[in-house]
Write a protein that binds this ligand. Structure first.
Ligand SMILES: [Zn+2]
Ligand SMILES: [Zn+2]
Length: 238
């Protein structure tokens, strides 16, 4: 009885912590803006003013250029989002789910949110699979909750729930893997989509790495994005 109570308390604490992390990263993903601070770049451009010949090239000879849509200075990896109508600091993509642009300042929260959604969907799929398996192995002995019986006592309903959970887990999983690949190459979705090579030599070297080395590099880059030291920092990025 006491053990059960302690066990339930621990599970509840983990569940609440997980929900808080999920909500926090979703909230910050929505509310942290990655808009370019044009004033700051204007200052940088002034100090380099003598080197600039705007009428000839319309582009500066270091890493600052002019946005053709809003006519303001920005760094070369920044892009203009036509939905937000603003230049975004290292724009990854405009996320329709969060209704916000994902860029340098909120990519950490976006990645963390994606990671947590992934873990949750894998957990739900595993529980769903186990429940169905045990139910069919020994249907007579299993006495689940009302919800469990409502779903799993009917093979068709159970199959539909399992199938939908499976599809959503695969979709979210593939999306997260795609972002891990971007993290490995330190590229944005936009640069990947339009095949923009940021550092040709570096990309070549990464391609040559073995799978284990790629994994280690992905983890290292991931930790630098969330400014963390271990996997737990993915739950609560800075
Ligand atoms: Zn712009
Ligand atoms: Zn946007």
């Amino acid at each position: 009885m006491t053990n059960n109570f302690i066990y339930e308390i621990i599970i509840t604490i983990i569940f609440v912590f997980y929900a808080v992390c999920l909500f926090r990263n979703f909230y910050l993903g929505i509310n942290v803006s990655s808009e370019v601070d044009h004033k700051e770049i204007d200052e940088v451009s002034k100090t380099h003013n003598s080197k600039i010949n705007m009428t000839e090239t319309e582009e500066l000879n270091y890493d600052i250029e002019i946005c053709k849509k809003c006519d303001k200075f920005r760094y070369k990896r920044d892009h203009h989002c036509s939905i937000c109508n603003h230049c975004i600091d290292k724009l990854d993509h405009h996320c329709f789910l969060l209704n916000n642009c994902i860029g340098r300042k909120n990519y950490n929260y976006f990645l963390s949110y994606l990671f947590l959604v992934n873990c949750l969907s894998i957990l739900i799929l595993s529980m769903c699979t186990l429940d169905i398996t045990f139910f069919y192995i020994d249907a007579q002995k299993v006495k689940g909750t009302a919800l469990f019986n409502l779903i799993f006592q009917f093979p068709l309903r159970a199959s539909i729930v399992w199938f939908l959970t499976c599809i959503s887990t695969i979709c979210v999983g593939l999306f997260f893997l795609y972002h891990l690949k971007l993290v490995l190459y330190e590229k944005t979705s936009l640069e990947n989509k339009y095949n923009i090579i940021v550092d040709k030599q570096k990309e070549k070297e990464i391609r040559k790495l073995k799978f284990a080395q790629k994994l280690r590099l992905t983890y290292k880059n991931l930790m630098s994005i969330v400014k963390g030291e271990n996997i737990f920092d993915l739950f609560w990025p800075d």
